[in-house]
Design a protein around this ligand. Structure first.
Ligand SMILES: Cc1ncc(C[n+]2csc(CCOP(=O)(O)OP(=O)(O)O)c2C)c(N)n1
Length: 259
C-alpha cells in the first residue's frame, strides 16, 4: 500500500481518541503520562461516559491533564485528590469519578488520603503514575525511589539507613477490605499498553457498578528526571523497576466471588 493510501480516511484503522484534544502536550520526550492520558480518554470514549466523567487532577507533572482530555475536572491540593474524589462521588453517585496522581502526590503527601479512601471502599478509581521520583519539581527522592537509585536529593543513591525502604502502595491497597480491583501495569510496549487499557476499563466499570475502590498503578518512566534518553529509560524501568514493582493484578474481587 502506498503511503498516500494509508492516510486516506477510509483506510484509517486507528485514530486519536475524540476526547483527547489537539493541545500540544507539555511532557518531556519518553514520559509515560501522554500514553496513559490517551488510554484514559479512549476508555471514557468507548464506555460512552464523556458527559459523566469527573477527573481529579494532581499537583505534579500531570496537573495539566485537564488541558488535554475534554471532560469535567477538579484540581486538588497536593495529595488530597482521593478525598476530593470521595466527596464528588458521594454527592454525585451517577458520575465516573477518578483521580490521576503521581507517586510524590499519592504515596508521600497523600498517603493518608489514599489509604483511607481505598479502605472506605469509595466507588472511585485511582490512577497512580509511579515514576519513582518527584518529576515536576526536579527529580527529588520519593517514597517509591528504589534502593541505590540516585535522585536530586539523594545524589549518591537511596540508602536504607537514611531513607527507609521503597513504599509499595499497591501491595498495601490490595490488603484493604474496601478495594475491589488493584493492579500494576506499565505502558512500555504495545502489549503492555493494551493490558493497561483493559485494567483502566475494569476499574472504571467497578467504579460505575458500586463494586468498591480501584487502584491502577502504572510503573512509568521519567526520562528527564532519570537523566536518560527515552530508550534508556524504558530499559532501565524494565530492569530495575519491574523486579521491585512486578506487573499484574494483585486483587480482583469479581474473580474471588466467582471462585
Ligand atoms: C503540599 C505541597 N507540597 C509540595 C508541593 C510541590 N510539588 C509540586 S509537584 C511536586 C512533585 C510531584 O511529583 P509526583 O507526584 O511524583 O508527580 P510527577 O511530577 O513525577 O508526575 C511537588 C513536591 C506542592 N505543590 N504542595
Amino acid at each position: 500500500m502506498d503511503i498516500i493510501d494509508i492516510i486516506k480516511p477510509e483506510n484509517l484503522v486507528y485514530k486519536k481518541p475524540d476526547l483527547l484534544n489537539d493541545n500540544d502536550m507539555h511532557y518531556c520526550p519518553g514520559c509515560s503520562h501522554g500514553v496513559v492520558h490517551k488510554l484514559v480518554a479512549e476508555v471514557i470514549d468507548e464506555m460512552g461516559l464523556t458527559d459523566k466523567a469527573v477527573g481529579i487532577s494532581p499537583v505534579g507533572c500531570a496537573v495539566f491533564i485537564y488541558n488535554y482530555i475534554d471532560i469535567d475536572w477538579q484540581e486538588a491540593a497536593h495529595g488530597r485528590a482521593p478525598a476530593l474524589a470521595s466527596a464528588i462521588k458521594r454527592l454525585w453517585p451517577s458520575r465516573l469519578v477518578f483521580t490521576y496522581q503521581g507517586d510524590g502526590d499519592l504515596a508521600c503527601i497523600g498517603t493518608a488520603e489514599t489509604i483511607h479512601a481505598l479502605n472506605r471502599g469509595e466507588n472511585i478509581t485511582i490512577i497512580f503514575i509511579n515514576n519513582a521520583i518527584y518529576g515536576m519539581t526536579g527529580g527529588q527522592m520519593a517514597p517509591t525511589t528504589l534502593m541505590g537509585m540516585a535522585t536530586a536529593t539523594c545524589p549518591t543513591g537511596r540508602q536504607v539507613e537514611l531513607h527507609g525502604y521503597p513504599l509499595k502502595m499497591t501491595e498495601i491497597a490490595a490488603q484493604l477490605e474496601g478495594t475491589a480491583y488493584v493492579t500494576r501495569q506499565s505502558v512500555h510496549t504495545v502489549g503492555a499498553i493494551r493490558k493497561a487499557k483493559r485494567a483502566i476499563k475494569k476499574a472504571f466499570e467497578n467504579s460505575m457498578n458500586g463494586a468498591g475502590s480501584n487502584l491502577v498503578e502504572i510503573v512509568s518512566t521519567c526520562s528527564a528526571g532519570w537523566k536518560m534518553t527515552p530508550v534508556e529509560a524504558n530499559k532501565w524501568m524494565v530492569e530495575n523497576m519491574f523486579p521491585y514493582y512486578p506487573l499484574g493484578d494483585l486483587k480482583d474481587k469479581s474473580k474471588e466471588l466467582n471462585k
